[in-house]
Structures are given as C-alpha cells and as structure tokens.
Design a protein around this ligand. Structure first.
Ligand code: NI
Ligand code: MN
Length: 227
C-alpha cells in the first residue's frame, strides 16, 4: 500500500508507511484548524521538530495513550524522559537512522526551540523521511537557507514548506526554497492557523507552477496525499 500523508493543519502530519503510524509535530487539541483531537489519532512514532507548543503540545498525551516512541533532538527527548516517557529516540542535526517505517534524517532549521516551561529545547530541526516511494522533506519551522540545495540533492518526492511568514519563511522565500530543493511536489503549511500567518496559498501555488518545475498541492486540513 502506498504511503499516505494526512495534513492535520498547521505543521502537523499523520503518516502511514509500512504498517506504521507516524505523527509529526502533533498540535491538535488547541489548534484552531486541526480536524482531529489527540485522543483520535494512531501513533507508533512521534517526530517532534522543536520545542514550541504549536509543534509538540499533544506529544506527551498521545505517547502515554499509544506507547509511541518520540523522535526528537537530544534535549527534547531528555525533557520528555524527565516526565516519565521511557520511549524516546534522540537524534541530532545531520544524523540519520533507519526506523521500521523508513530512514529519518534530521536537518537544520533556522528557528528557535525553547520548550513551554522555558527549558532548553536544543536546536530546531526539519526532517527528511525516506518512505518506500520517495523522500519527503518536512522543513518544519524555518527561514530560508541556501543549504536547502544540499537537502534537495537526495531527490525529493514531496516537500512540506511553511509559507505563513512572521515566524517562518513567507511566500517569497518559500518560492526560493522550492527552487533550491527542486521537489517533485510541494505542499504549503504553517499558514492560516492564525491571522498573523494568513497567506494566500492559491496565489503562492500559481507562482510555484509558473516559476518552478514543482507541482504545488494546496490541500485542506484532513486531506491525504498518496506518495
Ligand atoms: Ni516554532
Ligand atoms: Mn510553529
């Protein structure tokens, strides 16, 4: 069965690959745009890109209910472990590991990562997830950086890029990111959750189509992409 990626709004994803359920940056219960609540999602693995609440607010709750393993940087894994979560897998920037659902490589992100209680959340990250059908890059929260060219060199079937501006790349820089990454398909995220990051995804997609070789996918929260 083809891998399926369901956007849960903002930066949250539910991924099904090789019989495994993976959540990325779960922010569901307090999200104004999530189509599901934390009690309704499956998880064997939970990827957390950085320490901000809008990327990890529901990770602990879901991990306790499902027994999922949290994959994050060392500092965030330590923080969850101190809360009594025993199943964590710490990584760091530039490192990769072969998980049962595919290889995950932790990439740089230009952002911050303080945890909700003020604890040091280490460095923020993005992820390249090598699914059976191709590589998927989740930029997560980041500004534009020219090393995206290196990230794209592995060949990307799909890239999920923030376009919301203010906290992350806005539409102009996200367009440049598409040029550097050269993914086959690209989906805009971290947009419209709140008025401060309300960008016109359709207008951005039109520019992607006109100015790059990538195919833009503008989807609504709850929609699923098959790889
Ligand atoms: Ni953030
Ligand atoms: Mn964010």
């Amino acid at each position: 069965m083809a891998s399926e990626l369901t956007w849960l709004g903002h930066g949250s994803w539910s991924i099904k690959s090789l019989g495994q359920a993976i959540l990325l940056d779960p922010f569901l219960d307090d999200s104004p745009v999530s189509p599901v609540k934390s009690g309704e999602v499956d998880a064997d693995w939970i990827l957390v890109s950085h320490g901000h609440f809008d990327h990890m607010a529901d990770a602990e709750r879901i991990a306790r209910r499902t027994g999922a393993t949290i994959i994050a940087n060392f500092e965030i894994c330590q923080w969850f472990a101190a809360k009594g979560l025993e199943k964590t897998h710490a990584m760091n920037l530039g490192g990769g590991f072969d998980f049962p659902f595919g290889r995950v490589k932790m990439t740089i992100a230009h952002h911050t990562s303080m945890l909700p209680d003020g604890a040091n959340g280490g460095n923020p990250a993005g992820f390249v997830v090598a699914l059976p059908e191709g590589n998927v890059y989740f930029a997560c929260d980041t500004g534009l950086f020219s090393d995206m060219r290196l990230i794209g060199a592995c060949g990307l079937a799909l890239a999920a890029l923030p376009i919301g501006d203010n906290y992350t790349m806005g539409p102009d820089d996200a367009l440049e990111a598409v040029r550097l990454l050269a993914p086959r398909r690209v989906v805009p995220v971290h947009n419209k959750t709140w008025p401060l990051i309300d960008q016109d995804a359709d207008a951005w997609a039109a520019r992607v189509r006109a100015e790059t070789a990538a195919e833009p996918l503008v989807i609504q929260p709850g929609a699923t992409i098959s790889l």
